[in-house]
Design a protein around this ligand. Structure first.
Ligand code: G1P
Length: 291
């Protein structure tokens, strides 16, 4: 029997320099894809996979994320007085229940591994998920839910991967894949963070979703700086692989890297086209723009 995955860590301390000046006063996680901030998609994906508690690892200037997941008392009172049931229902639907979110600060930008380590006390001694909010996924069931299926079948640690063109592998963490099981998942036998051009062991990149055992925290504590001079989660996972199994799942769905302008814009177009009313309106406009 595997222990259920109840908690998830969402690292949201990044500066969002690629989106300046938009992200000068607004965290990049609060930029909107159609009608919801990026972070909402990721929280919804986690909750749909059975996550009960979300730990946000934040930084300075990120407090609106906390406000977004709280009750907006004045707004909701006004909507109530005006009988705006639909708007009220919408706010309620997207709000995690009281007591199911925690916020801690990374304090210094030392890398993804360090950000995850900052959540150690709030996670405690149980397996947990990590979701990187830059990556917005579109699929049914969601990416984390697909991984939970593999976790329930095999236990251990589970990582979601996708194929990427070989000339893009240097931008990501890349895994070494073993022989595929009947259920489509596979053992992961190695991994490397941001391999130099031409040296990647595969073109399967880590797309920002992880299920990890709590032993990772001890390794993160001792982890030395790796690629880019940062404490890398990938390096600590490679160490953990000496003691525990790692499994890969190839994600079935679409991923939008909202850390890049092109990915962010594509996410907006893709989710807008999926929305019936909007789709009707924008389809002809898009066609006209494309000539
Ligand atoms: C991080 C991880 C990397 C992963 C990527 C996915 O890198 O370190 O392994 O492939 O996210 O977006 P970052 O994008 O923070 O450089």
């Amino acid at each position: 029997m595997t222990k259920r995955i109840r908690k998830a860590v969402l690292p949201v301390a990044g500066l969002g320099t690629r989106f300046l000046p938009a992200t000068k006063a607004v965290p990049k996680e609060m930029l909107t894809v159609v009608d919801r901030p990026i972070i909402q998609y990721v929280v919804d994906e986690a909750r749909a996979a059975g996550i009960e508690h979300i730990v946000f690892v934040t930084g300075r200037n990120k407090h609106v994320i906390e406000d977004h997941f709280d009750i907006a008392y004045e707004l909701e009172e006004t909507l109530n007085t005006r009988g705006k049931e639909e708007a009220l229902g919408l706010l309620e639907k997207f709000r995690p229940e009281a007591g199911t979110t925690s916020f801690t600060r990374q304090q210094a930008p030392l890398g993804l591994g360090h950000a995850v380590w900052c959540a150690r006390d709030l996670i405690g001694n149980e397996p947990f998920a990590v979701l990187l909010p830059d990556m917005v996924m579109k699929s049914e069931p969601g990416c984390l839910a697909q991984m939970v299926q593999t976790y329930e079948a095999h236990g251990g640690n589970v990582i979601s991967v996708e194929e990427v063109p070989w000339d893009q592998t240097h931008k990501y963490g890349v895994v070494v894949k073993g022989d595929t099981f009947a259920d489509g998942s596979f053992p992961i036998t190695g991994m490397v963070e941001k391999p130099a051009q031409g040296t990647a062991p595969s073109n399967l990149y880590i797309n920002g979703r992880y299920i990890l055992q709590p032993e990772i925290f001890d390794l993160l504590e001792k982890q030395e700086k790796g690629a880019g001079g940062e404490i890398q989660l990938t390096d600590a996972m490679l160490s953990l692989m000496q003691q525990q199994n790692f499994f890969g799942v190839e994600f079935k769905g679409d991923t939008y890297d909202c850390g890049s302008k092109a990915g962010f814009l594509m996410a907006n177009i893709a989710f807008a086209l999926e929305n019936e009313e909007l789709s009707e309106e924008i389809r002809p406009l898009l066609q006209k723009l494309l000539g």
